[in-house]
Design a protein around this ligand. Structure first.
Ligand SMILES: [Zn+2]
Length: 230
């Protein structure tokens, strides 16, 4: 195999190695923490916060209503006691009681709405809990398959690194140095007809001659990639 062919093979292994390492990292991250589970945990936490807020509103509303109920009842008793004889005062108190009753009715209605909110909040917590349980189950079911896949990738990676190193060792140091200096990726390109397959610029006739002989590396004059003849 010529240096160029070795480097082409080497480049392919480098690319595969990168893809494998990315897959391994992504799968390890997924096994560490499943985004589908995390998302549902957050939904449940937010549903619980809403539930707590509604519970606070309900308690406050209960307290206020209790106070108003007590005041209304004491006023009504006073009104019925017969102790107040002044007609103007009686009228005033009767107005006040009527006003308190109306306000109390409004508060009852508001209370009903808060209770509806509380029911809705309970339902949200129930459904978010169920969704989280489902997501956790699915995640757990996927885990053995992911672990098998991960083990296969790690084996492939170990073999690949061995192959890659063996191929690299066959490349003469001067050619290794040239390949390492090239910054464009991939650092190597095939020849298509008389063009560089990467940048499509025509290769000089002297370059084509050296390529045909195959005893030295030729770089594309445009993009700098090492060229590999078919
Ligand atoms: Zn080129």
């Amino acid at each position: 195999m010529s240096s160029a062919q070795l480097l082409l093979r080497y480049q392919a292994l480098v690319d595969r190695e990168r893809a494998l390492r990315e897959s391994i990292a992504a799968t390890e991250a997924r096994l560490e923490s499943d985004p589908a589970v995390v998302e549902r945990e957050e939904t449940l936490a937010s549903a619980r916060t809403t539930q707590d807020e509604v519970a606070v509103r309900l308690r406050e509303s209960d307290k206020v209503r209790e106070e108003h109920r007590a005041r209304l009842s004491s006023r009504q008793k006073e009104l019925m006691s017969g102790r107040i004889r002044n007609p103007t005062e009686l009228l005033q108190m009767s107005d006040e009681v009527a006003h308190m009753k109306a306000r109390f009715a409004d508060e009852e209605e508001a209370q009903m709405r808060i209770m509806e909110d509380a029911e809705a909040a309970d339902e949200s917590v129930r459904s978010a809990t169920k969704e989280l349980e489902d997501a956790r189950r699915t995640s757990a079911e996927e885990e053995p398959g992911l672990r098998t896949e991960l083990a296969e990738w790690k084996t492939e990676l170990a073999d690949l690194v061995t192959d890659k190193d063996a191929i690299w060792a066959q490349v003469p140091p001067r050619d290794q140095a040239l390949f390492s200096r090239i910054r464009v990726r991939p650092a190597i390109a095939r020849v298509s007809g008389t063009e560089c397959a990467a940048c499509h610029v025509t290769i000089t006739s002297s370059g084509m001659q050296i390529l045909r002989k195959g005893d030295a590396l030729v770089q594309c004059e445009n993009c700098g990639r090492i060229l590999v003849a078919r």
